[in-house]
Write a new protein. Structure first.
Length: 411
C-alpha cells in the first residue's frame, strides 16, 4: 500500500528534494543527536554532512562508555559505500581499548576489517543485491542513514508495496563480532514518519522527519531500548560529555549495567525461594501506562525473563507449583495487575510463550508515598507456612501470597 495523502505525499517529489539536499555543491550541514533514557543521557553525537561525506563524533554508554570518530562515504541511493570508525573504550583490556574498523560495501557484498592491538578480524558477507547498512545500538546518525537509504530505495521500487523496504545490517562493536549479516525492515507511515524493525531490536522503533527527509526524532517506546532521541540544531560538545561519562564510569570502578541483575532469596519454613531478575531504574519516567504499558504482558523487570525457583511445592497467588524454576510475568491494568506464572525458564524477556502458562491471578495493588527508583522484588516470610511476594517500582507496590504446600497426611 502506498502512503496515504498527508504522509510522505508524493514519493518522487519527496526524494527529489532529498537528493537536492545531499548534492556535493550544497552547503555543509552541522547538527547532532541526543538519546535519553528518562532523565539520563545515553548517547550524544555531532554530525557534519556535505554531499556524499558524513563525519560523526560521538560518545555512548550502553552500558560501556565508548568514544567514536566515524567517516562515511555515501554511494548511490544514500547507501554506505565506505566507512571508517575509530573507537576508544577505556574499560576494555589494554590491547582492546583502541579499535579501528573499516567497511566497504559493494552492490552484492560487505567487507569488514576490525583491528586492535590484539589482532585483526575480517568478515565478508554476501548481500544478494540488498542494501546493507551499519548498525550501532545507540548511534542515531546511523539510524538516520538507515532511513535515508530505505526511503531512497522505496522511491526507486517499481513494485508494490512501495511503503515497505527490506535491508541488511552489519555490526561494528566487539560484542557483535560473532553475528552474521542481519535483516531490517523500514515501513513508511503517514505524516512524515517511518517504523523500523531489525533482528537485534525487539519491537518496533518509530522516527519522524521534516519535509527535507531529516530525522527529527526517534522513539524506542515499543522496543527493549526505551530511549527518546532528538535532533539538535547545532553540534553538541561531545568531548566534555565524554570526559564526564568516563569519569563516572571510572569512579564506579568500571562498567555499570543499566539494569543490573540481582537475586532475592528467602526461606519460608523449610522451603527456599530465589528470584533472579534485572532491576531497571525509573530515571524520572512515567512507569505505568508508559514504560510499562497497560493491558500488555510485561517481563517484570528487564533483559532476561524473571525466574522464580522453589525448593519444594508452593502456591503463589493461589497458583500451585511443584519444586522447580519458573518465570514470572505481569499484566498491569488501570484497575489492577495480574500475575502470570509460566513453565518456561531461562529465556530472554521478550520470548513469552503463552501456551506454557501455568496460571494467572490478581495481585494486590497499593500506592507508595515514597517512590522506589530501582525496581525491587522481595519475598518475606510471615510464619513457617506463609509469606509474601512483593514487587515495587516508582509509586506502585504489588503483592501476592505464597503458601507452602504441605503433603497430605495418610489415614
Amino acid at each position: 500500500m502506498m502512503p496515504q495523502r498527508g504522509s510522505f505525499r508524493s514519493l518522487p517529489f519527496f526524494f527529489a528534494t532529498l537528493a537536492i539536499a545531499c548534492r556535493p555543491g550544497e552547503p555543509e550541514q552541522r547538527y547532532g543527536f541526543v538519546a535519553r533514557l528518562g532523565r539520563d543521557t545515553i548517547s550524544v553525537e555531532s554530525v557534519t554532512r556535505r554531499g556524499n561525506s558524513v563525519v560523526i563524533d560521538g560518545v555512548d554508554r550502553f552500558p560501556r562508555v565508548r568514544r567514536r570518530h566515524t567517516e562515511i562515504e555515501l554511494g548511490d541511493g544514500n547507501t554506505i559505500r565506505h566507512l571508517v570508525m575509530d573507537i576508544h573504550t577505556p574499560s576494555e583490556p589494554a590491547k582492546q581499548r583502541e579499535r579501528h574498523v573499516t567497511a566497504d560495501v559493494t552492490a552484492d557484498s560487505v567487507h569488514i576489517l576490525q583491528t586492535d592491538d590484539a589482532g585483526k578480524l575480517r568478515h565478508d558477507f554476501a548481500t544478494a543485491g540488498a542494501v546493507a547498512m551499519a548498525h550501532v545500538p545507540q548511534m542515531y546518525s546511523l539510524y538516520e542513514l538507515y532511513f535515508d537509504a530505505a526511503l531512497a530505495r522505496a522511491a526507486a521500487l517499481k513494485r508494490a508495496p512501495r511503503d515497505t523496504v527490506q535491508l541488511r545490517q552489519f555490526y561494528i562493536d566487539r560484542e557483535f563480532d560473532r553475528f552474521p549479516l542481519h535483516h531490517g525492515t523500514v515501513r513508511l507511515l503517514p505524516d512524515n514518519r517511518a517504523e523500523i524493525r531489525h533482528d537485534w531490536l525487539s519491537g518496533t522503533g518509530e522516527a519522524s522527519f521534516d519535509s527535507a527527509g531529516r530525522m527529527l526524532s526517534y522513539s524506542g517506546a515499543r522496543t527493549t531500548y526505551l530511549v527518546d532521541v532528538a535532533r539538535l540544531a547545532s553540534p553538541p560538545d561531545v568531548r566534555s560529555l565524554a570526559d564526564k561519562f568516563e569519569a563516572v564510569e571510572a569512579a564506579k570502578g568500571g562498567v555499570s549495567q543499566l539494569s543490573p541483575r540481582d537475586t532475592a532469596r528467602a526461606s519460608i519454613g523449610d522451603v527456599s525461594i530465589a528470584i533472579d531478575y534485572s532491576r531497571p531504574l525509573a530515571r524520572g519516567r512515567v512507569l505505568l501506562g508508559n514504560v510499562i504499558p497497560y493491558d500488555r504482558v510485561w517481563r517484570t523487570g528487564a533483559n532476561a525473563a524473571t525466574q522464580f525457583t522453589t525448593s519444594a511445592p508452593v502456591r503463589v497467588a493461589g497458583i500451585q507449583l511443584a519444586a522447580g524454576t519458573y518465570t514470572l510475568w505481569t499484566v498491569p491494568h488501570q484497575n489492577g495487575v495480574d500475575l502470570i506464572v509460566n513453565g518456561q525458564a531461562g529465556q530472554w524477556g521478550t520470548q513469552y510463550d503463552r501456551s506454557r502458562d501455568l496460571g494467572t491471578a490478581r495481585m494486590q495493588s497499593a500506592t507508595l508515598t515514597t517512590p522506589v527508583d530501582q525496581f525491587t522484588i522481595s519475598v518475606a516470610a510471615r510464619d513457617a507456612g506463609r509469606g509474601t511476594l512483593t514487587l515495587e517500582w516508582g509509586s506502585f507496590r504489588w503483592t501476592a501470597p505464597i503458601e507452602v504446600s504441605r503433603p497430605r497426611s495418610r489415614n
